[in-house]
Design a protein. Sequence first.
Length: 358
Amino acid sequence: MAPLRPPALFIVLALLLILGVVDPVTEAKIPAVIVFGDSSVDSGNNNVIATILKSNFEPYGRDFYGGRPTGRFSNGRVPPDFISEAFGIKASVPAYLDPAYKISDFTTGVCFASAGTGYDNTTSHVLNVIPLWKELEYYKEYQEKLRQYLGKDQANYVLSEALYIVSLGTNDFLENYYLIPVGVRRAQFSLKQYKEFLVGLASNFIREIHALGARKISLTGLPPMGCLPLERTANFFRRPGSCNEEYNTAAKDFNGKLRIATRKLNKELPGLKMVLSDPYDLFLQIITKPSSFGFEVAERACCGTGFYEMSYLCNKHSLFTCMDASKFVFWDSFHPTERTNKILSDALLKSVLLPAFS
Ligand SMILES: *[C@@H]1O[C@H](CO)[C@@H](O)[C@H](O)[C@H]1NC(C)=O
């Protein structure tokens, strides 16, 4: 057979394009992942601030690339890393304040999250971490740097097509409202009022990033926070070792309110495409039936005794730290293992994120 002459080749290529066999767009649909939130997504910003809430030492990160503790509150990667990878971007999202990185590292993703923070300003005061308004200030600074680095048009393209992950709220309840003996906010708000107050703050935050150019947003719901090992331990005097049902109900109910807010904001804000990534039900299934997911232990964490250790209390001298974190749902008493993060991320990618944004 004679080789295809250029016109024939052109027709074949055109056909392939029409049939969608060849993708003419080389740029990924999501050029970057931009992250706001707390320890569920922090990739190392707390390393450089004056807080006791840190995780940039062993055994944190022992299953991360190179066994490196990065400031992620896990033995390995956290959800934005898996999400970034699934969209064909890089396999981990760098922290904005990490001095190892510069603007050229942030063109495909950046993380402004700070462990211990919340929607409520007063939550960030409890552990002296970065308040959400300050994460936003860093984001504005990032926009300027990105425009200088990529040029205005390309930077604006990245900023408007990026996937924004917003993941926080647990600390507003556990480190603030429910704090023993009396949370700062508990004197001022009923639980119902506080949830509404937080949803209002979350909505305002979405309005602010939308005004700055964000269009594709994943708002993350709360986990069954009454089943975090630390909360089970704190529940000791009421029902030893069991989940705090009051906290779980608060989380579930709060997620319902976030879902309503998501619908409202999608109507209110032009061009916005926001989804709620709600991990609650699957996370609770993993905790209640760990063996169906290949886990052996759900009620205590891998690090140390698993009942209370986190941050500086989870360190290389902690006794009894487990050998294989993939058998544990929780890495420290407040945070999932990498394997749990992956299962939750994969499920949310499949059901919510990839259908909406790819
Ligand atoms: C939180 O603090 C910032 C900075 O002081 C302020 O601009 C903002 O209005 C505060 N938000 C609330 C809800 O108090």
